[in-house]
Design a binder for this molecule. Structure first.
Ligand SMILES: O=P(O)(O)O[C@@H]1C[C@H](O)[C@@H](CO)O1
Length: 344
């Protein structure tokens, strides 16, 4: 074979849904081309470049591959979920609410990434909550784990192809708004996409219109009706004084923010900061899901310089606060699902 273009071949192996097998055969062809007996290099990429391209293509999830994952989950559970829930750090107990759960470990789901962060169990739980079929991710994927944004939010598309219409995304976040206390809940009504400012988006790359449009609008991303219902629920629960409506921003992490960064975020109107959710919301809105999201404020972000160690954010504190507040978060989610059930 002459004039071999490994880049084309990588793309087509991806498009063929060949998965690991396709990639292996692509690599084989490329290596063969690099080691022809006449020593002519016919591959347009060096082996290292080829490997890089191949790794990039492994991070792409074409529609058919996502359909395969969705089919696997629907077949394995016998359920078509209506609501998808993403459990934030330390909030995995949201998935424990699910009755008659069918649990899929991420490592056993074909082509699924694995969770690497403490407090993210790496399980997908499918079952029934308040009479509604739901699917919950006990463990999400973060950019800082090394996954590209499209891969981090790929499960949202899986949910969509399983039948999900509503996305509930939860997270642990640092409170920047000085009125917020540790343990408060912030219902997200908007976000500032800092990774987007830097030119990074989960929708980067070719657009597949079967998911949604090339240029989706993001105003009104957070469903107002669901926010209002959650406010009513917080009143019924007697926790309205610790529930706020605010703006979330996601940074890349894994570092917590500097004082200067936190001051800048505050000036931009950000109330809480974390390392997730925004790319999931973008992906969900792209495929026209209704979105509800909240942050559990697990720590207060310092905006003054201090030598005090206890003012520094740390993941143990995040986890401990989440554990303490999981009951209220679970109740909020259950009651909101029950409200949705009434309207189905
Ligand atoms: O998955 P979430 O956004 O809830 O997790 C937050 C952000 C980091 O992963 C971690 C930092 O403590 O908690």
């Amino acid at each position: 074979m002459t004039g071999y273009n490994s880049q084309n071949d990588v793309a087509s192996s991806n498009g063929n849904q060949a998965g690991a097998t396709g990639h292996k055969s692509t690599e084989y062809i490329a290596q063969e081309n690099h080691t022809r007996s006449d020593n002519r290099i016919v591959c347009s990429l060096t082996p290292d470049e080829f490997r890089a391209v191949r790794m990039m293509s492994e991070d792409m999830y074409p529609y058919e591959m996502i359909q395969e994952i969705a089919d696997f989950l629907v077949k394995g559970s016998g359920i078509r979920p209506k609501i998808g829930i993403i459990c934030g750090s330390g909030l995995g107990s949201l998935a424990d609410l699910i009755q008659n759960p069918k649990v899929f470990e991420y490592s056993k789901i074909p082509n699924f990434p694995v969770s690497t962060v403490e407090g993210h169990a790496g399980k997908l739980v499918v079952g029934c909550l308040e009479g509604v079929n739901v699917m919950a991710m006990q463990g999400r994927f973060h950019y800082y784990e090394g996954y590209p944004l499209a891969k981090c939010s790929m499960p949202v598309r899986v949910m969509k192809l399983c039948g999900v219409e509503y996305l509930f995304a939860t997270n642990a976040a640092g409170g920047i708004n000085p009125k917020y206390a540790v343990g408060d809940i912030m219902l997200m009504h908007d976000h500032v996409n800092m990774l987007g400012f830097a030119g990074n988006s989960p929708l980067q790359g070719p657009n597949d219109p079967r998911f949604g449009p090339r240029f989706p609008a993001l105003v009104n991303s957070y469903n107002k009706d669901l926010i209002n219902k959650a406010i009513d629920i917080s009143k019924a629960m007697g926790i309205e004084s610790s529930v706020h409506v605010g703006v979330y921003s996601c940074l890349g992490g894994p570092t917590y923010e500097t004082i200067a960064e936190l001051r800048a975020l505050r000036m931009m109107g950000v109330d809480a900061v974390g390392m997730s959710t925004v790319h999931e919301v973008i992906t969900a809105r792209h495929c026209d899901m209704k979105v509800f999201a909240f942050s559990l404020i697990t720590n207060k972000c310092a905006t003054e310089y201090s030598e005090k160690k206890d003012e520094e954010a740390n993941h143990d504190e995040v986890m401990a606060v989440a554990k303490n507040k999981q009951k209220a978060c679970c109740e909020m989610v259950s009651r909101l699902v029950a409200e949705i059930q009434k309207s189905l």
